[in-house]
Design a protein around this ligand. Structure first.
Ligand code: AMP
Length: 262
């Protein structure tokens, strides 16, 4: 797997975090990734980050990061959020928005963003829209990754994540060179609790009920790009970039020609 160009301290730590390096002006766009759990949004966000320079902003990473901080005292809201996450349920909109709002400088960052896992419900999308309108920011595209459910189940059951650098592997399609050990940093690979079969069913149900309606929401706003998530991660990434290019070329999005140096 690739590794992030930026440390994303402002996102991962929150208001107290300062990014070591900021993306240069106009090097990226503002993109939201949608798709069922396990479709590969995290992997694609990472690859797109390498091509577009925009930071990969994942709300799931935030919750997992909070959980892994040893000795950390959680606020009651975060403790409830982590309990929901472990069961595969969605975290309450108000909690998610509080956490994202605290990090709104990442959304306003001149380097753009690739949002992964947020928004996940229509109220979250409305909150994001309110913020972008208030700040006169253009959302350039919403990419919806599509894959048949049996393939998603197979991918998810074999997914392993590095506990240290968060690199993602797949036991059959993208195995680590040494089983259970990260190629990048030597960290231990683990299976996310919410990737276990009992949590997966709950996550799929939450996706169908709460996240799938976002497809219509963004289609109605003229922002939706559907991309087939079959094939290898680099193939899917190339497909995504070509869709984004076509979108810019069609001039469907005003004022974005300075984005996507691709
Ligand atoms: P992910 O890594 O995006 O699959 O997120 C892992 C888990 O974190 C989800 O199953 C939810 O429990 C929680 N989560 C992450 N992002 C959100 C969100 N935007 N809204 C509600 N729950 C979320």
């Amino acid at each position: 797997m690739t590794s992030a160009k930026y440390d994303r301290a402002a996102w991962l730590i929150g208001p107290a975090g300062e990014c070591a390096q900021r993306p240069a002006l106009s090097q990226a766009g503002r993109v939201v990734l949608l798709g069922a759990p396990g479709v590969g949004k995290g992997t694609q966000a990472e690859l797109l980050h390498q091509s577009l320079n925009a930071c990969h902003l994942s709300t799931g990473d935030l919750f997992r990061g909070a959980k892994n901080q040893k000795g950390c005292l959680f606020s009651p809201a975060m403790a409830v959020a982590l309990e929901s996450m472990q069961k595969g349920e969605l975290v309450a909109d108000s909690t998610v928005w509080e956490i994202v709002r605290e990090r709104s400088r990442c959304l306003l960052c001149r380097g753009g963003f690739i949002l992964d896992g947020f928004p996940r419900t229509v109220p979250q999308a409305l909150a994001l829209r309110q913020l972008t309108e208030r700040e006169s920011l253009t959302l350039n595209a919403v990419v919806n990754y599509e894959l048949p459910i049996p393939e998603i189940v197979e991918r998810l059951s074999g997914r392993r994540t590095c506990e240290r650098c968060k690199a993602i592997y797949q036991v059959t399609q993208r195995p680590a060179r040494i089983e259970g050990v990260c190629d990048q940093c030597g960290g231990r690979l683990f299976q996310r609790e919410d990737d276990r079969p009992e949590a997966f069913a709950v996550r799929m149900e939450a996706y169908e009920r709460s996240t799938a309606p976002l497809i219509e929401f963004y289609r109605n706003l003229g922002l939706l790009l559907s991309v087939a998530a079959a094939g290898s991660p680099p193939e899917i990434c190339a497909r995504t970039i070509s869709e984004l290019k076509a979108r810019i070329a069609s001039k469907a999005v005003k004022g974005t020609s300075q984005y996507f140096p691709i």
